[in-house]
Design a protein around this ligand. Structure first.
Ligand code: GRF
Length: 219
């Protein structure tokens, strides 16, 4: 295998700021994304900064209407997404701050080939307002998780987590910055492992890797 052959197209779903997506684009430029290449970026929000950023990297970026629902992708909208991703030839769907639940038709269209990043140490704090909830609960550690996506919200097989300390005086915003730095570190590694065939949903261990601590796939 030629190490830098980029024959593993990826589609990235975004709704907002796009810092995780940009971290992947930077990693690709730096040759750190294995065989993966970001082929398509899709947003359910026409104003998403992520669309602008993707285009500035020369990546095709499209707004696709997610209506009529606001928090899930279902029916005709789901079909539009499935079709666009299929047409792109993507072999992996990456949810990078995509604020909708994926339903069974989408999940089975890309079975075992969807990953998401979530800003908590799952199974703790699925859903929204993770940092606020972790601080309120007096947690000593917070963090982020990359996981395969199934029909349970933030409930699929966990691949890797990074931990950060919760410090005295932390606000959700301050903690979010500390966690986000780690998100950018772990996401690109997962995409690389999957693109190189080193990790699949079936072979994913029960317990997630812990970034910088327990990293059997590291090289
Ligand atoms: C990140 O915190 C990610 O974990 C969550 O949504 C946020 C997206 O941020 N799923 P960005 O758009 O990647 O900057």
């Amino acid at each position: 295998m030629i190490a830098n052959q980029r024959d593993f197209p990826v589609a990235v779903l975004v709704s907002g700021r796009g810092s995780n997506m940009e971290a992947l684009l930077k990693a690709e430029q730096a040759g750190e994304l294995g065989r993966a290449t970001v082929r398509l970026v899709v947003s359910d929000n026409p104003e998403a900064k992520a669309l602008e950023i993707a285009r500035s990297y020369g990546v095709r970026a499209e707004y696709i209407d997610g209506a009529p629902f606001k928090t899930k992708l279902e029916g005709a909208a789901e079909e539009r997404y499935i079709q666009a991703i299929r047409e792109s030839g993507a072999r992996l769907v990456v949810m990078a701050g995509f604020m909708r639940m994926l339903k069974p038709a989408f999940i089975s269209a890309f079975s075992g080939r969807i990953v998401n990043i979530h800003p908590s140490l799952l199974p703790a704090y699925p859903g929204l307002h993770t940092h606020e909830r972790a601080i309120e609960a007096g947690e000593q550690f917070a963090g982020c998780t990359v996981h395969f996506v199934n029909e349970v919200m933030d409930g699929g097989k966990r691949i890797i987590q990074a931990r950060v300390p919760v410090k005295p005086g932390d606000t959700p915003e301050i903690l979010a910055v500390r966690v986000l730095e780690q998100e950018h570190q772990i996401f690109k590694r997962v995409i690389r492992w999957i693109s190189e065939g080193r990790l699949t949903e079936e072979t994913c261990p029960e317990e997630p890797f812990i970034f910088n601590e327990r990293m059997p796939l590291w090289n």
